[in-house]
Ligand binder design. Sequence first.
Ligand SMILES: Cc1cc2nc3c(=O)[nH]c(=O)nc-3n(C[C@H](O)[C@H](O)[C@H](O)COP(=O)(O)OP(=O)(O)OC[C@H]3O[C@@H](n4cnc5c(N)ncnc54)[C@H](O)[C@@H]3O)c2cc1C
Length: 487
Amino acid sequence: MSRTFYARGQTGQQLLLGAYQALMRQVNAGKVKLHTREEMLDLVMKDGEAVGIVCRNLTTGDITSHSAHAVVLATGGYGNVFYLSTNAMSCNVTAAWRAHRKGAYFANPNMTQIHPTCIPASDEFQSKLTLMSESLRNDGRIWVPRDRDETRAARDIPEEERNYYLEEKYPAFGNLVPRDVASRNAKDVVDAGYGVGPLKNGVYLDFKHAIERDGADTIKAKYGNLFEMYERITGEDPYTTPMRIYPATHYTMGGLWVDYNLMTTIPGLYATGEANFSDHGANRLGASALMQGLADGYFVIPYTIGDYLADKLNTDPVPTSDEAFKVVEAEVRDRIQGFLDIKGTKSPDYFHRELGKLVWDYIGMARNAAGLEKAIGEIRALRDEFYKDLKVLGTSDTLNQSVEKAGRIADFFELAELMARDALDREESCGGHFREEHVLPDGEAKRDDENFQHVSAWEWHDADTPQTKHAEELTFEYVIPSTRSYK
Ligand SMILES: Cc1cc2nc3c(=O)[nH]c(=O)nc-3n(C[C@H](O)[C@H](O)[C@H](O)COP(=O)(O)OP(=O)(O)OC[C@H]3O[C@@H](n4cnc5c(N)ncnc54)[C@H](O)[C@@H]3O)c2cc1C
């Protein structure tokens, strides 16, 4: 049995290339105009409807408006709230968060996915983590030494002194357990002091047996490019030394609430792909994110958006000279200037790293009420410090990544607090959300379908008033949820 279908860890990339090609075809046909190096910093609304966006040109700092009959956000997930993640460095929540502040409900924000198969951080200044493909668990065996104080190289540790903890604990699924189960178990053994590597922050993913069974050539044909990538990053050869892996933030199931037409609670504002909350529930399965993005983009939104646009036939979009645009442009400029004017002592990266640690420690792979309450207090205190002691060098009328980061981190603060509130409210363990108080006698996740079989969609009020929760009940007509056992 395999955990996932794969083609040399390239399936995702091939899907992306297909999507890029389709986009560029439309650009070439004159149907799509690209505005590269522009970042949406706010949504413009008039009479309760989305009518456009305000952007900052990242190279010149110019603030410009774009007007339209409808707005579609395809701005991705918010995994970088954890600071360290497998996401691209520029991924952030600002577009979705600004829409949330204008009235779009934000659903299931605490539902984040921590991928078990990433390369562990090699020092505390690292700013990005690398994902190794899900496919590796098809053949790799995960283990840690049985002795916490083990100092021998992995290959010198005899079989009987190795703890293949997933195989022992989950004999039915072994190393193929779902991502959340594999991640939590890696955290457990590392927290218990059994971690491997210089920082003792990883577990072994070993191909020794697969190579003995299938031969090095077969393994190379399957995973050769991944092994090469791993070796380039770590300097270790996975054909002779087990890989070291550890979970890292990878995907966010939460996002803007949308209906079946992919429209948010703001008329005329749509959200597609990872930016919305739909399809994945509490835990995304491997390889399904791009399929959702492709389905949203190719098969859903082209057919549903017309329903809204039909009423706008023969009307012009609100012009960007309208007061509605001018007000938001002024707000965006003031906000950026506000960050420059603080003139404190700490960089945006400092605050991002500190925030990420709080999110990872208290709203990460395992949460509990005391930790979540603590997180809310500490996130607020750090946010206050941010607005008093932030230092953004340079000016806003040029390429200035500190300016870009300051705005994104400000939004991450508010998002992080909502993630904690959402996790605190959900008194059950479910998918990526594991509450330590809610476990079965064998330590596995305990759902509470009677009280929590719903989507939590949060409504914004202001930065100092907690959001209001709206529960959207989930009705299962054909597939009835059951508790799975991987043992
Ligand atoms: C390393 C890695 C490997 C993965 N592998 C797979 C896989 O094999 N299969 C799979 O199904 N999924 C995979 N995923 C998940 C999948 O790639 C993502 O969920 C998917 O790309 C999300 O697509 P999207 O278009 O919704 O968002 P994104 O691809 O994140 O695109 C969002 C875009 O919006 C831009 N943007 C963000 N904010 C703004 C703003 N304010 N203004 C302007 N632009 C903005 C971003 O720069 C980005 O270009 C992987 C993810 C990672 C990180």
